[in-house]
Design a protein around this ligand. Structure first.
Ligand code: HEC
Length: 275
């Protein structure tokens, strides 16, 4: 009976691990994994980094990509960039929001509004990008992962690795290179070593010194910008990651204590019975 149960559990584990390989199987070049502040069981988002990432999104990416699932008020929630409510109100007010119920069909933005999409429709977005569609970035860090060979992905289960999306975005943004000789790059496409297929319809959005940071100590390089925007997009995709990890940890401690108690109870109940 016990043997069967153990076999059953092993079979289930094999199926679970197997499906993870399939998920990770999308082919792309070697990934440089980064040291994220939110990695591991006790990782947390770095508020300054999220603010810098938001700055990059706003200054660069927001001209093409939407952030449909983020409302202005999310930017003041605990665990995120944590702007003050006044800052968020002022930010929202900089935008004009289409609203049929308002006089003239438009009104000033309020914190409850979602981030306005740069294009009125997918067709208009495609027309402005040579036919390619710049996808919404809110959940991009969940939609993309990295390829890992066996046995490396097995360790992810022990290190609580959940940063594959951020690693993908970082590597994508830092892998624009000259096309190798003999590779033809059609008009409107750009060579990116990391992107599957290597030809992407997004021009390199970042360059050294493009954006100035208030904090003098942070380098203004493509690598740093890519780290910051990737961290911000990880937060937009998974704003409750830190809470979830903390709850998971408490549950494990609880289960360990419960197991010890159960063992003691079992010993007590069976103490007078000898064979
Ligand atoms: C000029 C418009 C433009 C800007 C600015 C821009 N992008 Fe893009 N982006 C695109 C287009 C178009 C695509 C679709 C590319 C394709 O499918 O070949 C895309 C695709 C992407 C993808 C998806 C890649 C994939 O795996 O499918 C990511 C991630 C991305 N962009 C991130 C960013 C980030 C982060 C920024 C800001 C630093 C940014 N983009 C700025 C136009 C833009």
């Amino acid at each position: 009976m016990l043997k069967k149960t153990i076999l059953g559990v092993l079979a289930l584990a094999a199926v679970a691990l197997g499906s993870a390989t399939v998920q990770a199987a999308e082919e792309n070049a070697h990934t440089e994994q980064q040291d994220w502040s939110f990695a591991g069981v006790f990782g947390t988002y770095d508020q300054n980094q999220l603010r810098r990432g938001f700055h990059i999104y706003r200054e660069v990416c927001s001209s093409c990509h939407g952030l449909d699932f983020i409302a202005f008020r999310n930017l003041s929630e605990p665990g995120g960039p944590e702007y003050s409510e006044d800052q968020v109100r002022a930010l929202a007010a900089e935008f004009t929001i289409a609203d049929e119920t308002a006089e003239g069909g438009e009104r000033e933005g309020v914190p409850a509004d979602r981030w306005p999409n740069p294009f009125a429709s997918e067709q208009i977005a495609r027309d402005s990008n040579g036919g390619a569609f710049p996808p919404d970035l809110s959940l991009m860090a969940k939609a993309r992962g990295i390829h890992m060979d066996f046995p490396w992905w097995v360790f992810n289960y022990f290190t609580a690795y959940q940063e594959a999306g951020a690693d993908y975005i970082y590597n994508l943004l830092t892998s624009y290179t000259e096309a190798p000789e003999g590779t033809e790059v059609p008009a409107g496409q750009y060579y990116n070593e990391y992107f599957p297929g290597h030809l992407i319809a997004m021009a390199p959005p970042l360059s050294d010194g493009l954006i100035s940071y208030d904090d003098e100590a942070t380098p203004e390089t493509v690598e740093q910008y890519a780290l910051d925007i990737a961290a911000f997009l990880q937060w937009t995709a998974d704003p409750h990651m830190v809470e979830r990890k903390a709850t998971g940890f408490k549950v494990i401690i609880f289960l360990i204590v419960l197991a010890v108690l159960m063992y003691l109870v079992k010993r007590r109940i069976w103490r007078d019975i000898h064979d």
